[in-house]
Design a protein around this ligand. Structure first.
Ligand SMILES: *[C@@H]1O[C@H](CO)[C@@H](O)[C@H](O)[C@H]1NC(C)=O
Ligand SMILES: *[C@@H]1O[C@H](CO)[C@@H](O)[C@H](O)[C@H]1NC(C)=O
Ligand SMILES: *[C@@H]1O[C@H](CO)[C@@H](O)[C@H](O)[C@H]1NC(C)=O
Ligand SMILES: *[C@@H]1O[C@H](CO)[C@@H](O)[C@H](O)[C@H]1NC(C)=O
Ligand SMILES: *[C@@H]1O[C@H](CO)[C@@H](O)[C@H](O)[C@H]1NC(C)=O
Length: 360
């Protein structure tokens, strides 16, 4: 009897180990996701990660590159769902490309393109007060009533790590926190809000709204939108950065509602162009933010090189040979070395080296 039990336990243990090993992702290109459809049953039990952006004006291509980076770094096959609020003619440009990618990578991500819209009650009021695009994200709690939580990103954000890296902060929220943001600055000498703002703002140096974890369930319970409106009315002539300022003012009055995430989750040129003020040597840069057009200018070549390398990557090719190796070598360029942000070139690929660099 005891022998029987022992062998039963051993067989169970071996089966478990085999299962764990065979479930581990191992692949050379994103395309091999395709052959994983057998695991779709498992995927269905996993959470959906909503990623939301608002795309207007000339931002179609940038939005697509942002989405591509999230898919590229979706190493663990999480269910990603992109909700993009946009307007014509961007809608068709984005739809065409995403449909194309989804045909190449079935089951890998979902998307929905939504028109810019405002909550029903006060639609007219908001439309006349705000530029639609700037205000859109303030209304996500009442527009996406079926969504519990999401990651909002500006279109000039690129993922350099899997979605789960940032999503884990939801678990760190205490009972009062409804959203998470990174500081606008790390250093008071070069901070904007502490030197120039004519309105109250969160904390010592304010927060940057380019990357925002939002627990919509909690935001709805807090009646978020009812707080936004009076703030806008009172401060509209004193705000410079639109919705970011409103968010800063709101959390000035409700600091217990905001969770702060580290600067490597919203890494901007300001963190390296004068001096290095965000320490990324320990865990690398997780999301990079090319604000003020830095992905498209040569001022700090590092930013443009990363953007270009993701833009030109094809999902059908090898992540290692066609993304990691060329980007590694591009980052060694003299122009990068000579720029102030070149100092953090090694931290750009910190996560990518671990995910894509080791096993080939
Ligand atoms: C929006 O408001 C209008 C009038 O105030 C009403 O007729 C309509 O049913 C509302 N729509 C929704 C989706 O609540
Ligand atoms: C958001 O908050 C609600 C209510 O507290 C909670 O049930 C839910 O699990 C939270 N979502 C996440 C992703 O933490
Ligand atoms: C949650 O954390 C914030 C910031 O540390 C704090 O102000 C707030 O009181 C905390 N809330 C609870 C319920 O502990
Ligand atoms: C950066 O952080 C790491 C780990 O926390 C630490 O060992 C290192 O000294 C820090 N570097 C700087 C320049 O502060
Ligand atoms: C930058 O280039 C100089 C001269 O070629 C070299 O000595 C130095 O190690 C380089 N720095 C980095 C960070 O690669």
């Amino acid at each position: 009897m005891r022998h029987f039990l022992m062998s039963f336990l051993i067989i169970m243990a071996l089966t478990t180990i085999f299962y764990i090993l065979s479930e581990r992702p191992h692949r050379d290109s994103i395309e091999s996701f395709k052959s994983d459809t057998g695991h779709s049953e498992m995927r269905h039990r996993r959470p959906t990660y909503h990623i939301v952006a608002v795309a207007c004006g000339q931002r179609a291509q940038e939005t697509l590159v942002m989405i591509k980076s999230a898919i590229l770094f979706n190493y663990y096959h999480e269910c990603l769902k992109f909700l993009i609020f946009t307007e014509d003619p961007l809608t068709e440009i984005i739809r065409e490309k995403l449909t194309d990618w989804r045909d190449t990578l079935p089951q890998l991500f979902e998307f929905e393109l939504l028109p810019l819209k405002f909550p029903n009650q006060s639609e007219m009021e908001w439309k006349t007060l705000f530029k639609p695009c700037a205000a859109q994200r303030l209304f996500l709690p009442s527009l996406l009533t079926e969504v519990d939580s999401l990651l909002y990103v500006d279109t000039d954000i690129l993922f350099l790590s899997p979605i789960t890296d940032i999503w884990k902060f939801f678990d760190k929220f205490n009972d009062s926190q409804i959203a998470a943001l990174a500081p606008e600055h790390e250093n008071g000498n070069v901070g904007w809000y502490n030197r120039f703002a004519r309105h109250p703002f969160y904390g010592e140096l304010g927060v940057n709204s380019g990357v925002m974890l939002m627990n919509l369930t909690r935001m709805r319970n807090f009646n978020w939108e009812q707080h936004v409106f009076p703030i806008y009315k009172e401060y509209k002539f004193r705000i410079t950065w639109g919705d970011q300022d409103i968010i800063n003012i709101l959390f000035y009055y409700h600091p217990d509602k905001l969770h702060i995430i580290p600067c490597e989750y919203n890494y901007r040129p300001d963190h390296c162009m004068y001096m290095t003020i965000c320490n990324t040597s320990y865990s690398g840069i997780k999301l990079i933010h090319g604000n003020r057009g830095y992905f498209h200018s040569k001022k700090q070549p590092l930013f443009k090189i990363i953007y270009d390398s993701i833009e030109s990557f094809q999902f059908s090719s090898s992540v290692y040979t066609d993304f990691l190796l060329p980007l590694r070598s591009a980052l060694r360029a003299q122009s990068v070395n000579e720029s102030s942000c070149g100092k953090i070139a090694g931290d750009i690929l910190f996560v990518a080296n671990i995910l894509f660099g080791a096993s080939y």
